[in-house]
Each structure stands twice: as C-alpha cells, then as structure tokens.
Design a protein around this ligand. Structure first.
Ligand code: NAD
Ligand code: UDP
Length: 322
C-alpha cells in the first residue's frame, strides 16, 4: 500500500508518516515547510519506503506513482500561525483540499481529511458530538481556519456523493506531544518552554477557558483506525478529560519544576470558552479511546522539550490579543 500524506513535515503529519511506515506502507510526504520542518523527518533519511516532495499543495500535484491513499494534513494549525498566514490557510483548506481530492480521485485512492474541533467554533453545546453544527464567526480572525476546514469537509462530502470517492473526515481536538515547534505558539508548547526557561506562563484572559488535551500517540492511533474503518461521517478524535488553562499551567509548573507566577494577557478574539469532545462515535465505530492521561503525556513532552531548551535558545511565541 502506498499513501501520500500532505503536511508530512509538521507535528501530526510526521508522526502519521512514522505510523504508516511502521505498518509496512510506502509513504510519499508532501510539504512546503511553511510551519513544519524537514528535521521532523530527519530520522527517515535514506528510508527505502519514504520520500519527501517539496510542494505547495494549494497548487495541483501530479504524482506518477500509483497511490492507494491520500491523507490531507497540510495547514497551519496553531492560532498564532494561521492568524499570521490567513490567505495561505484559506487556500490550503480550500484549493489544497480540492487538489488532494482530485489526486485521490485520479488514483481511485482512499481519502482522509484532517478536520478540527474548530468547526464547532465557540460551542453552545458541551461536550461536542459530531451532530453539532457549530457556532463559528465567519468574518472574525479565526474564521480563516474554521471556515477553511468547514469548506474542506463540505468539499470532501461532495466528492464522496458526486464521484463515489472513498472518504474519511477526522475532527481532531487539541493534540500535544513531541515534535511540536517550541515557537509554535500553542498553549502546551508555550507553557512548557516558559516553565523550562523559568519564565512566567502567559495566560490569555483569566485562564478559566477549557480545552481537552490528547497525547499525539493516541490521536495518531485514532486517525489510523479511522482510515481503516468504513466510517464516512466525520469522527471526533480527542481526549475527553477537560482542564481549564489555569489548571494546565499548574500541571506544567509541576512537571517543569517552575515557580514563576503567571502573566495575564488579553483573551484572543473568538477564543472558544469551552471545548471537549464527545467520543462516543470513535469508541463505537473504531473501538478507540485515548490511553495516555495528561500528566503522563506532559511528562513525556517535557522530556522532549528539555533537551531542546538545553541545546538551543528556543523561545515561546505569544499572541498579543486584541
Ligand atoms: P503543523 O503546523 O505542525 O503542520 C502542518 C504542516 O503542513 C507543516 O509541515 C506545514 O509546513 C504544512 N503545510 C502548510 N501549508 C502547506 C501547503 N500549502 N502545502 C504543503 N504543505 C503545507 O500543524 P499540526 O498540528 O501538525 O496539524 C496538522 C493538521 O492537523 C492540520 O491540517 C490541522 O488543521 C489538523 N489539526 C491539528 C490539531 C492539533 O491539535 N495538532 C487539531 C486539529 C486539527
Ligand atoms: N493560551 C494561553 N496562553 C498561551 C497560548 C494559548 O492562555 O500562551 C490559551 C488560548 O487562549 C486558548 C487555549 O490556551 O484558550 C488553547 O490555545 P491554543 O493556541 O493551544 O489552541 P486553540 O485550542 O485555541 O486552537
């Protein structure tokens, strides 16, 4: 089996490449390194079943070799990134999705779209089941990411209905772990880097907003199972254990041994107040649920970042807020 994975040099994409290779597949990685880095794939140099194509997937891609699967993971994903790259984010979610669907159709390959919990916006239903249509501000700053993913889901279903393409849609909730960029700007990497540097953790708003954090190995396992399932409808993949951002800061302080107090910064526009997946569908149809709790996942992630902080002058990246 040969699959193409876009966003292969990113955080999730690189772990997914490893998983497909470990299962014996050939993998063609596609990336333009806008938010990812070839170093995430450095361990695969010379691997006989892996190759990396440097390409912006918002432009069409023609691959000569036969593909059995296409997994579209390319997109800026950290709010700091997509707010800095609004047009690229809209393009990769719309044109990039169209191009990868076209690639899958040409090869009669299975297609999997990386969607997101952000399709639920600032949710009015809690926890969020797949049947919830969401509460998204299309013209707010986060709309560039949320609406691109909502369009991508609609386009994927249209290819399924109109062309009979064999499609899957995964709605991924906040995932963290090794290979996140130290300057990625998401909360887990920011707090860990700040903790390890003995700096104040930057809490946006009063830190009472919630997220539900899933360790990368669990997320990748859920995605892999979905890919091999027969499930056409979108499926939530995430960890239902919900924490306030203030609680997260406390846990990261413990794991990093930091005693610096918090620094409060303005809450970003349209920052969801709560987020927690209903994973009933994943449990029933994929036999999947996460196995790594937040403390254990943080321990492993902190160990990864500790090495980076010791080796280089790595910095967190914060959002000013408006
Ligand atoms: P990431 O920024 O680490 O990786 C994204 C990768 O896509 C990068 O390597 C980047 O260079 C590449 N890319 C972006 N635009 C591209 C383009 N036009 N052409 C080719 N490559 C391009 O982010 P991530 O956390 O690994 O997210 C991967 C996917 O999973 C994204 O689609 C994201 O929306 C989705 N997702 C992630 C999370 C999460 O918690 N990590 C949650 C929900 C959804
Ligand atoms: N956040 C924070 N400090 C930071 C980065 C993020 O308090 O340095 C908050 C942010 O406002 C949000 C939550 O942490 O409520 C998760 O943010 P992240 O950027 O990781 O992803 P999101 O879930 O918002 O896409």
């Amino acid at each position: 089996m040969r699959v193409a994975i876009t966003g292969a040099a990113g955080f999730l994409g690189s772990h997914l490449v490893d998983r497909f290779l470990a299962e014996g597949c050939e993998v063609v990685g596609v990336d333009n390194f806008i938010t990812g880095a070839p170093t995430n794939l450095a361990h695969l140099e010379g691997h006989p079943r892996f190759r990396l194509v440097d390409h912006d997937i918002s432009r069409p891609l023609y691959l000569g070799t036969k593909l059995d699967g296409v997994l579209h993971f390319a997109s800026p994903a950290s709010p700091v990134d997509y707010l800095e790259l609004p047009i690229q984010t809209l393009k990769v979610g719309s044109l990039g999705t169209h191009n990868t669907l076209g690639l899958a159709r040409k090869h009669r390959a299975r297609y999997l779209l990386a969607s997101t919990s952000e399709v639920y916006g600032d949710p009015l239903v809690h926890p969020q089941p797949e049947s919830y249509w969401g509460n998204v501000n299309p013209v707010g700053p986060r709309g560039v990411y949320d609406e691109a993913k909502r369009f991508a889901e609609a386009m994927t279903m249209a290819y399924h209905r109109a062309h009979g393409l064999d499609t899957r849609i995964v709605r991924i909730f906040n995932t963290y772990g090794t290979r996140m960029r130290p300057g990625d700007g998401r909360v887990v990497s920011n707090f860990i880097v700040q903790g390890l540097r003995g700096e104040a953790m930057t809490l946006y708003g009063d830190g009472s907003q919630t997220r539900s954090f899933c360790f990368v190995e669990d997320t990748v396992d859920g995605i892999f199972r979905l890919y091999h399932s027969g499930c056409i409808d979108p499926v939530n993949v995430g960890n239902p254990d919900e924490f306030t951002i203030r609680e997260l800061a406390g846990l990261v302080m413990k794991e990093t041994g930091s005693s610096a107090g918090p620094e409060f910064l303005p809450l970003p526009v349209d920052d969801p107040a709560v987020r927690r997946p209903d994973i009933g569908m994943a449990r029933r149809t994929l036999g999947w649920s996460p196995v790594t709790d937040l403390r254990e996942g943080l321990r492993r992630t902190v160990a990864y970042f500790r090495r980076l902080v010791e080796e280089e002058d790595v910095r967190p990246r914060t959002l000013g807020g408006t």
